[in-house]
Write a protein that binds this ligand. Structure first.
Ligand code: AMP
Length: 529
């Protein structure tokens, strides 16, 4: 057998599955990686995370669950002893992913069957887990990075950053094991190797955002589109999604905008593409997705759903990474090198009222909200943090108070933690979906305590149950599934915006609306490219 046996990989996986502790798992990974040949390292690392290719590689295995079970049924008994190498398995997967054209499905099935026929029982089990994409051995990217950091003698943070720069865990492992610490430290951003984009944390409170950013922040529209990273060197231009997939072919109009509107020739830019209607207003995200998925008849799509490009960052220029420069300086360069029309407008502001007006304006012209960026912030690839905040107008719900807990500490003597409920139109019941003690002034707490005591129908421990009469407008950050509430849903970070004396319980929002909002939010999450 040329190379390390696949059975050794299988053995590692079983051990990882059995080992509960993180330290133990990292130890197993280190020992295994050290024993590999140079040419096996990348494949073995990728297979450990159930991947065949690095993130940016567009190829897919294209084996469905039903194909897999059909092939498994057709496969004869396993051989008595293992003969496959890690290289064999990886190469076969690559071959399967490269099959295209007429009869592709049956050719894929044949190749998979041949592979399975050469695999012993345990090997088959792990080949299947790789295909399904669920290893369930508890050693994901995080622990692999830890193992690589320890092997290179570098802090985890350095390894994480190196990963963001290469976007390829397999290649990173190869560098660690062949070039060591020096190799990792020498890694640097370069065109056509996409890096993970920087992300923003959610915020609803403009004051808090300004405070976090030292009183002043740069605000840009939050476009409801798809993140793009654009790499250019001389004539070549490539566009990558936030998951580092290349989508250049589907976006010839964006390529053209870059050719015409960017003067730099050796550059990496970050931005958002949105679909627009004939009137120039943003179209829903689904329309844009039709553009991204399109591989044929692209010309017609370009006409039907024109895309607009808004650049908001520059990460590399003429041989030099710029991610460690402060936002302010990156922005200056971006503006100097790109046509105004393709740069996201940014406004530096320190007044809450001004920010609110800009937020209203963003919604008015059809965007999602604003993104606030700290003027002195570095670009941290792949990180979601407080240096960038996304600000959306908070969604609110009108909910009914059905119970309240007696407060303690400063709130002693007040009913201060309110149980909030939605209306069930079918049964007329009020179903609790969250609790909050946030949002009222001391005076309002006092007043509310008096009102609720008049509506009291029972008491249990600290909780006073009341007739559902008082309606409050509640803001929240997220709707979550809840195992405890019978409604099945719960609000995260609920806070009272206003007491709605103008509304009665029959005006409160319904469980149907909450379910719809939950699904909408779910779609948003799922669709992130
Ligand atoms: P979310 O997907 O909700 O975490 O929001 C972050 C996303 O907002 C980013 O990945 C971008 O695709 C998008 N976005 C829209 N406008 C901007 C902007 N001006 N700056 C940064 N990200 C933006």
């Amino acid at each position: 057998m040329e190379g390390t046996g696949f059975i050794e990989f299988v053995d590692l996986c079983y051990r990882l599955e059995k080992e509960r502790g993180k330290k133990g798992k990292v130890g197993l990974l280190k020992r295994f990686l050290k024993g590999l040949r140079r040419e096996e390292i990348a494949s073995a690392i990728l297979l450990t995370t159930a991947r065949i290719f690095p993130l940016r590689d567009k190829r897919k295995l294209n084996i469905s669950a039903s194909t897999l079970s059909k092939v498994l049924k057709d496969t004869g008994p396993p051989p008595g002893s293992p003969t496959l190498t890690i290289g064999d398995v990886h190469a076969t997967f690559s071959a399967i992913a490269s099959v295209t054209g007429k009869g592709a499905t049956s050719r894929r099935e044949r190749t998979l069957k041949e592979l399975l026929e050469r695999a012993t029982g345990p090997e088959r089990e792990w080949i299947v887990r790789i295909i399904i994409g669920e290893m369930r051995h508890g050693a994901g990217e995080g622990l692999l990075l830890q193992a690589l950091a320890e092997l290179a003698g570098l802090p985890l943070e350095t390894m994480e950053r190196a990963y963001m720069v290469t976007g390829d865990l397999g290649r990173l492992g190869e560098i660690v094991l062949t070039e060591g610490r020096k190799g990792v430290e020498g890694l640097s951003i370069r065109p056509f190797t996409p890096l993970k984009p920087m992300l923003a944390e959610m915020a609803c409170d403009i004051d808090k955002v300004l405070r976090e950013h030292g009183g002043t922040s740069a605000f840009e529209y939050k476009f409801d589109g798809a993140r793009v990273q654009i790499h250019r060197q001389e004539e070549r231009i490539a566009i990558f999604t936030r998951h580092l997939k290349e989508v250049t072919e589907s976006l010839p109009d964006v390529v053209k905008r870059v050719e015409e509107g960017v003067s730099a020739r050796d550059v990496i830019l970050d931005g958002e593409v949105i679909a627009t209607g004939r009137d120039g207003r943003p179209l829903p995200f689904q329309d844009l997705m039709r553009r991204f998925k399109r591989v044929y008849d692209i010309g017609r799509m370009v006409e039907e759903i024109p895309a607009r490009l808004y650049l908001f960052d520059i990460l590399y220029l003429e041989g030099r990474p710029l991610i460690d420069l402060p936002y302010r300086e990156r922005r200056e360069r971006l503006e100097a090198l790109c046509h105004k029309e393709i740069v996201a407008p940014a406004r530096v502001m320190s007044e809450k009222g001004e920010v609110e007006r800009f937020l209203d304006q963003a919604i008015e012209v059809g965007h999602e909200g604003l993104v606030a960026k700290a003027l002195d912030s570095r670009y941290t690839p792949g990180k979601r943090g407080k240096r960038w905040f996304k600000l959306k107008p908070a969604e609110t719900l009108d909910l009914v108070i059905v119970a309240a807990d007696w407060g303690h500490g400063r709130r002693k003597g007040w009913l201060s933690n309110y149980h909030l409920a939605v209306r069930d139109r079918d049964t007329g019941d009020y179903l609790p979906v969250g609790k909050t003690f946030k949002g009222l002034t001391d005076k309002e707490f006092e007043e509310m305590t008096r009102r609720l005591l008049l509506l009291k129908v029972g008491e249990e421990g600290f909780t006073v149950f009341v007739r559902p009469r008082v309606v409050v407008e509640v803001a929240y950050n997220e709707i979550q599934k809840s195992p405890t509430y019978p409604s099945g849903l719960a609000l995260r970070f609920a806070r009272i915006k206003r007491i709605r004396d103008d509304k009665g319980p029959e005006d409160a929002d319904t469980i149907e609306r909450l379910r719809r909002l939950y699904l909408k939010q779910f779609e948003r999450k799922a669709r992130r490219l």
